[in-house]
Ligand binder design. Structure first.
Ligand code: 6PG
Length: 252
């Protein structure tokens, strides 16, 4: 991968603060132009601290929430109050604490029996709210992604059907390794974004992060996130960055 924009932070706290700052800037920028900004939030564990931080006075009072349309990157096929639900995590960390954010939140109804319907319904919601990118895909101002230690991102797992999706915005994706289905944004949408930030923390991620950032271009899903006309940054903590070479570390 060309010299990526890798920002190394001492720990998850500082990483989350920087990400919260960036989200605030994007929302303030949109508001200053009288526009809305669409952001897509990942689930999993890493971003929880960020979402909780966004709900504290420092950011909750600063962010023009009425200018932020908040979407999900992906969702597990479970009820919305299930412990595995990404929506439940985002609701607990942010939406229950900031009603203004909840008012502009768009949930993936992944509990539905008909996942194709749920995916198409969500894609319509996205298209209705977002303006298209030059190549016609709905363009998020910001997409926050995580990365699994297998290199998956969103619910785009290695060797799964959705990796090759080139025509749809949102698809169901069966993940054999987990034996479950997910609903996820697809690569064309991720790569149509104005800005993508990966949030990666913890020593467990270090080998895969080195592969993705410094290894040869491969088929690893996280390596296939390359915004066509947008900015890609990696916000990582020291533990995850442990194996990166000096070259990358100069960026911090
Ligand atoms: C999900 C996420 C997924 C996540 C990675 C990293 O539904 O789990 O969207 O892509 O970002 O699995 O998860 P952690 O942050 O928990 O390591």
């Amino acid at each position: 991968m060309a010299a990526a924009d890798v920002r190394i932070f001492p720990a998850l706290k500082e990483l989350s603060e920087s990400a919260a700052e960036r989200i605030s800037e994007i929302a303030e920028g949109a508001a200053a132009q009288g526009k809305n900004a669409a952001v897509a939030l990942s689930g999993g564990g890493t971003p929880r601290a960020l979402y909780e931080l966004l709900s504290t006075g420092r950011f909750a009072r600063r962010i023009p929430w009425d200018r932020l349309q908040i979407f999900q990157v992906d969702e597990r096929v479970v009820p919305p109050d299930d412990a595995q639900s990404n929506y439940r995590m985002i609701r607990q960390a942010l939406l229950d604490r900031v009603p203004e954010a909840a008012a502009h939140f768009h949930r993936i109804a992944a509990e539905r029996q008909d996942l194709e319907w749920a995916a198409n319904e969500y894609a319509e919601e996205i298209r209705a709210e977002l303006s298209p990118s030059p190549n016609g895909w709905p363009r998020f101002e910001l997409i926050l992604l995580g990365m699994g230690d297998d290199g998956h991102t969103a619910s785009l797992f290695p060797s799964t059907h959705a990796l090759d999706e080139a025509g749809r915005v949102v698809v169901p994706n069966f993940v054999p390794r987990l034996g479950v289905s997910r609903v996820t944004l697809t690569f064309p949408v991720l790569n149509a974004a104005a800005e993508v930030i990966f949030l990666v923390a913890g020593a467990k991620k270090a080998p895969r992060l080195k592969d993705v950032i410094e290894g040869p271009p491969g088929s690893c899903p996280a390596q296939r996130v390359r915004p066509v006309s947008g900015r890609l940054s990696w916000y990582v903590d020291e533990a995850a960055a442990e194996l990166l070479s000096g070259r990358q570390r100069k960026g911090s």
